[in-house]
Design a binder for this molecule. Structure first.
Ligand SMILES: C[S@@+](CC[C@H](N)C(=O)[O-])C[C@H]1O[C@@H](n2cnc3c(N)ncnc32)[C@H](O)[C@@H]1O
Length: 165
């Protein structure tokens, strides 16, 4: 799915620049997550499907040592430009380029919304692999997919045959 995000990275990043300012409930969830991780003695966090990097930046602001991966090079380029202090790299969340137990926390913030149900078990096993034991996992899902900006954007490029989200 991330090849399609490659086409809309700039527009997506513009649209979600202030995501946590306009969505206080989202911010409170991420804050609670960071607090739980820190209270349990955790520190290192990986944001998978990080897009333009705003969740990794929020986790960093809250005191975690966060980094991010995304399959879209355009998204990673924007994330690096916006948050040069945070490590970002291009990678597929289904095959994370990290050793077992590297992170005390993994967040997948709005990033597994396109994952087919029959791939979820393997994906969660991969998240589990890079987590410490115990470890923390944050999954974020939107409730506004039908009006989502990327669908409109893709349609303007003739890519209107996407499956419904
Ligand atoms: C809806 S965006 C969410 C981006 C960001 N987390 C946010 O909250 O705005 C989904 C992101 O997941 C990435 N993505 C989807 N499948 C992926 C995969 N298998 N590996 C890595 N990134 C993936 C896409 O490239 C895209 O940047």
């Amino acid at each position: 799915m991330y090849d399609q995000y490659e086409l809309i990275a700039d527009e997506y990043a513009r649209h979600f620049t202030d995501e946590f300012d306009v969505r206080p409930f989202d911010r409170s969830l991420v804050q609670s997550f960071a607090e739980l991780v820190l209270r349990s003695g955790g520190q290192a966090a990986l944001d998978v499907g990080c897009g333009p990097g705003q969740a990794a930046a929020e986790l960093t602001r809250l005191g975690l040592s966060a980094e991010g991966i995304d399959g879209s090079p355009a998204m990673i380029s924007i994330a690096r430009e916006r948050y040069p202090q945070i490590p970002f790299q291009v990678a597929d969340m289904r095959e994370l380029p990290y050793r077992d137990g590297t992170f005390s926390a993994v967040s997948a913030w709005y990033s597994i919304i396109h994952t087919p149900a029959d791939e979820l078990a393997d994906l969660f096993a991969e998240f589990r692999r890079v987590l410490t034991d115990p470890g923390w996992l944050l999954l974020g899902f939107p409730n506004w997919c039908s009006s989502f900006v990327f669908r409109r954007s893709l349609r303007t490029r003739g890519l209107d045959d996407l499956p419904a989200t």
